[in-house]
Design a protein around this ligand. Structure first.
Ligand code: SF4
Length: 470
């Protein structure tokens, strides 16, 4: 374990008398927001953080249990923390996973860990920390509220993830998330909006709305009416988006939606995107096109006519950029079903697409579906999907050359005199392409991370665009 893989929240106390916690955060943006909550509580209670396992009084490992490689990485990290420190608390998705014979997998592999919790378990993690490394007493720190509306963020200062719900009501056959995270629980809309407002106040310029199913927000509470700023607001996708757009506007900030399913009620959000108040960008995990495969996958909105829905969305918002993911070689996928997927991809013209060759996940019900395809065939189909999606993506990127785009600068050393790197509305951080910024032509023009610039697009470079700041 190198120092750099350990999380270093700001303002870690340096006094030797203060208990120090090591923290490793693995997994997806949803796990990252869990890490942020735990680190915020630790900091509020006066714990410091350690840059090394050896220098900590206890180590917390927030794990991922989604695919086999993630499980291996999480188990290896726990092993390292145990070897170097010995006092380890495990949290996150892997902590909820059963091993051989039904016992807890983490405990089976690493019996000496002090405590194991599932995801979204800040209080249980804090209880374990208190038990093994008592809370420092500080009359000032003890007055800090347990859950300030904005806590420690592990993302760069200018963008942040906003988690609007936990869990999922669907039961996709390839996925074990509902068994790890439970059914959908929507956060109260007033809390979500208060957190968004605090984030924008703190300088966040891009808010990424995440959940397991953003389109389902509020279903569990029957779209209950909550309050924000003294005004009633429904726990529902459209009203959430309207309020977020309103809060973002004075800060000139972006709001981007992830994990939205192609339900008819999503159409209502598109006019907001057409005006740019919510970014015209939708992350829609289609996974496949053929109705029989979607049924075997038990996908949400599997009965919808997705090509028609996409056409309708683009009619409502011509600038819309769609990102999606697909699975090639799902059990029982015939050549005809796969050809249907390729035809869909050619017609749907998804701007940004990723594709996985199907791989069995321990505990997923898809493992019982007959017709597992040989790995070579699954990989070959993945490569065929990628060939189609990349051609579509490059063609769409090429159309941007000559345009002027708003770019959020992610990095620009030396005020950008030698250029920098940023993203347009079409690029979510970590998963999409970027805009490579050339040195500005005007000597007076500077670039700064976390600020917007306009850029004239002059070329395409792989999945990225190249632009001159203006
Ligand atoms: S929608 Fe399906 S894939 Fe996504 S979390 Fe829910 S069950 Fe898993």
């Amino acid at each position: 374990m190198t120092e750099d893989t350990l999380v270093r929240p700001p303002d870690a106390a340096r006094s030797t008398g203060i208990p120090k916690i090591g923290f490793v955060s693995l997994g997806c943006p949803k796990a990252l927001t869990d890490s942020e909550l735990i680190l915020t509580r630790l900091s509020a209670e006066g714990y410091a953080t350690s840059k090394t396992f050896a220098g900590a009084d206890l180590v917390i490992v927030n794990t991922c249990g989604f695919i086999d490689d993630a499980v291996k990485e999480s188990l290896a990290t726990i092993g390292e923390a145990l070897a170097e420190n010995g006092k380890v608390v495990v949290t996150g998705c892997l902590g909820a996973k059963a091993g051989e014979g039904g016992g807890n997998l983490v405990r089976q592999m690493h019996p000496s860990v002090l405590a194991v919790t599932g995801p979204h378990a800040t209080q249980e993690v804090m209880d374990a920390v208190h038990l093994h490394v008592p809370k420092p007493h500080d009359p000032f720190v003890d007055l800090v509220p347990a859950r300030p509306s904005i806590g420690i963020k592990l993302t760069p200062k200018h963008y942040a993830y906003l988690k609007i719900s936990e869990g999922c009501n669907h039961r996709c056959t390839f996925c074990i998330i509902p068994s790890l995270r439970g059914d959908l629980v929507s956060r109260p809309v007033g809390d979500v909006l208060a957190e968004a407002a605090a984030l924008f106040e703190s300088g966040v310029k891009e808010l990424l709305v995440i959940s397991q199913d953003t389109s389902a927000y509020g279903v569990d509470v029957r779209y209950r009416t909550g309050f924000w700023n003294g005004r009633p607001v429904k726990t529902q996708l459209l009203e959430l988006c309207e309020r977020l757009a309103e809060i973002a506007e004075p800060h000139g900030a972006w709001v981007r939606l992830h994990y939205v399913y192609p339900y008819p009620h999503v159409d209502a959000v598109l006019p907001l995107m057409a005006t740019g108040r919510i970014l015209p960008y939708l992350d829609v995990p289609f996974q496949h096109s053929h109705p029989d495969v979607l049924r075997r996958m038990k996908r949400p909105a599997s009965g919808e006519k997705n090509l028609e829905r996409l056409a309708r969305w683009r009619e409502l918002c011509p600038e819309l950029v769609v990102r999606s993911t697909f699975i090639a070689g799902f059990p029982g996928e015939t050549e005809a079903e796969f050809e249907d997927l390729l035809a869909f991809l050619r017609e749907a013209k998804i701007d940004r697409a990723g594709c996985f060759a199907y791989s069995a996940v321990d505990g997923a019900t898809a493992n019982q579906i007959p017709g597992m395809l040989p790995i070579e065939l699954r990989e070959e189909r993945r490569a065929r999907v990628m060939a189609v999606t990349e051609a579509v993506s490059i063609e769409k990127l090429a159309r941007r050359v000559g345009a002027t785009m708003q770019v959020l600068v992610d990095s620009a050393p030396g005020l950008g005199r030698k250029g920098g790197v940023g993203r347009s509305y079409a690029d979510a951080p970590e998963i999409d392409g970027r805009v490579r910024l050339l040195p500005p032509e005007k000597a007076s023009k500077t670039l700064k991370a976390g600020e917007f610039t306009r850029a004239k697009i002059v070329a395409v470079d792989g999945h990225d665009l190249v632009g001159i700041p203006i």
